[in-house]
Structure formats: structure tokens, C-alpha cells
Design a binder for this molecule. Structure first.
Ligand code: ZN
Length: 373
């Protein structure tokens, strides 16, 4: 992960690059922002720049021996710390025991949210912890000589999940760090960091990502076409983690489902301004994709009817089932035939080159009425 992979995520990126250029990089930085704001990516890209032997103006060179080591996050002077699940019997695990899993998840998702990480470790509902053994390991590692002779960096993701004992152990190290060491802490909830730790950090607030930055990130990291990336960005509301999950689920019905849920909510609440935005985004998808989405809507309507008659649904995924259970009363024997006709007509007109924006807005307005029948 380099700055160039972050797309047009700009303000914090420039702030960090300026600190670097002016040789004013604080030894303990806190990047704080909401989940999915891209701060972990910023921390890792900044680490690459700090470790690079021949950095460019705005980014690591990607070709020196340090950058080559950094490529798969295998650089021996880049230490990663993150919450893990501690088993009951064995409380001696440290992040390094899970580093390979963490790095491969990062490689797959390009960013990582708490839920994704917890479920990767085997239980999405179990909170991870940064424990005291981890602090001991950090102290040891950060006091070693650097492997490459350059700086040593610790990137800690979610320092708010450090327990009290672990936090207290790290205090001294953060206050009086060894020479040429950097701590970059990446927090989603800075208020939960122990105040004595917090006061030793230079806080940089990372704003929520612009939708265009999320879209750009998706294009760069997942090689998807722009209309789709714009839709994903829009649905994500600027949360990178959500965008990635939408994308990875969209292989089959994920994107369609996300679109469908949002559409039905908008139509039911008769939110005209947001419906227009939604239609504009949808229209940017290709005609074939919109037709595919119409087919999906027809299928979901049929599934609602099955549910209304207590017939077991077999072909739906778990998240679809969860939504349909709540939503099925709104598509029923009173409106199903009109909804069917509406969707089939829309499909017919799309095939005959109707303007998708006008068509889908009209379909939405008709759904406003039908869903209230
Ligand atoms: Zn380099």
C-alpha cells in the first residue's frame, strides 16, 4: 500500500507528506477517524515513505530494497499491532502470531474493518484485545536495533482496544522512544484511549472519505469500471470498508441486493430527493446491468409472495432472507401483479433504448404508490 494506491484521498495525505518533507514527523502520531475513513491505509503508506531509502517527492520509490521488503508488509522494521482474540487457556498470544493472517486479509480486502477482521479470526461477534503480552513484545522489538539501519515503525490499529495493563506498560516507551522510532496509532474511537497515552500523541483527525475518493480507490485497487465504482461508493456513504464488502459480495447478488434494499426503502419512505440521486447513480451502470437488476427485483418480489404464503425460500442467501422477512408484507397479493407488470414493462423499454434515468424515476414513483397498497 503506497500513497499512490489511495486515489484522491487528499487532505490528510498531503498533511503527512508535508510533515515528512519538513522533517517534522512527530514520533507518536494518532490518526483518528471513523471506521472506513482510510486511516489504516494512510498509516501504512506513510510507513512506506518513512522506510524508503530513496523516496520521491510525494511517495516511496517502490523499488529500493526497503520498498521491496515493504511490498508484502514483510519489512522487518515495520511492526504491526492489532487486536486479537485471546483464547481462554492461552493469554500469551501476540499480534505477531496472527500477522500472516492479518497481512493476507489486508492484501485481499485492501482495507479492513473490525467485523471483517474478527470474522477472519473465527468469530465476528467476539471483541479483540491488545493485551499486556503484546505491550511487552512491542517494548522488546522497539528497543532492538533497526534491521535496515533506518527507522523502526510501529503501526497499531485500534489502540482503544488496548487494555489498561497494556496501555500502562507502553506509556514510558511512547514518552521516551528510542532514536528513530515512530509510533503510528490508528483509532476509530480516540475517546477510549487511555488519557495518559492520548496526551503523548499528536492527533491528526482524518475526515470521512469523499465519495469520489472511495470510487477512485475501488477503481485503483479492484480494477472495476467507473460506473460501478461510483454506485458502490455512493451506497457506502463514504465508508471504505463498506465499499469493499459491497464489491466483494457483488459477484452474485450482493450489489443487486444492496441496490434493492436501498430502493425499496426510498420508495416506501417517498424520499424524492434521495430517489433521484439513486436513479442517477443506477443509470450510470450499463443497460445490461440495469436489466439484470430488474430481473433481481422480480425475483425478490416472487420471494416475498412465497414468504407471505409461508412457503420456505430455498434460493436466497442469509442476508436476503433477513431483509425479506421484514420486507415481505409490503409486496403482497394486492400489489404483486402490478409490480410484475411494472418491472416487465421497464425491462421491455430498456431493451428498446428507453432513457434509464427517466424510466427508472417513473418506475420509482409508481412504486411509491404500489408499496402502500
Ligand atoms: Zn523505496
Amino acid at each position: 500500500m503506497y500513497f499512490s494506491d489511495l486515489g484522491n484521498q487528499s487532505s490528510t495525505k498531503n498533511q503527512l507528506i508535508d510533515l515528512f518533507k519538513q522533517s517534522r514527523v512527530p514520533h507518536a502520531i494518532l490518526l483518528s477517524g471513523a471506521s472506513g475513513c482510510g486511516h489504516l491505509q494512510l498509516a501504512l503508506s506513510f510507513s512506506a515513505l518513512l522506510l524508503c531509502e530513496t523516496p520521491n517527492e510525494n511517495d516511496a520509490c517502490k523499488s529500493c530494497s526497503s520498498c521491496i521488503k515493504y511490498e508484502k508488509l514483510q519489512h522487518p522494521d515495520l511492526h504491526l499491532s492489532f487486536p486479537i482474540h485471546l483464547s481462554k487457556a492461552e493469554h500469551s498470544e501476540i499480534s505477531d502470531d496472527r500477522r500472516e493472517l492479518f497481512v493476507s486479509s489486508l492484501d485481499k480486502f485492501k482495507c479492513i474493518g473490525k467485523k471483517t477482521w474478527y470474522s477472519t479470526m473465527g468469530n465476528e461477534n467476539k471483541q479483540g484485545v491488545i493485551g499486556v503480552k503484546e505491550s511487552q513484545s512491542i517494548i522488546k522489538k522497539m528497543n532492538f536495533k533497526s534491521f535496515f539501519g533506518g527507522p523502526k515503525i510501529l503501526v497499531m490499529w485500534l489502540p482503544e482496544l488496548m487494555n489498561l495493563q497494556a496501555s500502562n506498560k507502553l506509556l514510558k516507551l511512547i514518552e521516551e522512544p528510542a532514536e528513530n522510532t515512530y509510533f503510528i496509532l490508528v483509532s476509530e474511537n480516540k475517546n477510549k484511549i487511555l488519557p495518559t497515552i492520548y496526551s503523548r500523541l499528536q492527533n491528526i483527525a482524518v475526515p470521512k472519505m469523499e465519495l469520489s475518493a472511495v470510487s477512485n480507490f475501488m477503481v485503483k485497487n479492484f480494477q472495476i469500471a467507473e460506473p460501478e465504482s461510483n454506485i458502490i461508493a455512493n451506497l457506502s456513504g463514504g465508508n471504505l470498508n463498506k465499499a469493499v464488502v459491497y464489491h466483494l459480495n457483488s459477484g452474485d447478488s450482493g450489489l443487486n441486493m444492496t441496490l434493492f434494499v436501498k430502493w425499496m426503502r426510498l420508495c416506501y419512505s417517498r424520499n424524492i430527493a434521495d430517489t433521484i440521486d439513486w436513479v442517477n447513480e443506477l443509470s450510470k451502470m450499463g443497460r445490461e446491468q440495469i436489466k439484470d437488476f430488474i430481473n433481481y427485483t422480480l425475483e425478490m418480489s416472487r420471494q416475498c409472495i412465497l414468504g407471505n404464503f409461508y412457503i420456505e425460500r430455498r434460493e436466497v442467501k442469509e442476508e436476503e432472507e433477513n431483509f425479506l422477512k421484514k420486507f415481505q408484507p409490503f409486496i403482497n397479493h394486492k400489489n404483486i401483479s402490478q409490480i410484475n407488470t411494472l418491472m416487465n414493462d421497464a425491462y421491455y423499454h430498456l431493451e428498446r433504448n428507453a432513457n434509464p434515468k427517466i424510466l427508472m424515476l417513473d418506475v420509482s414513483l409508481q412504486l411509491y404508490k404500489l408499496l402502500r397498497k
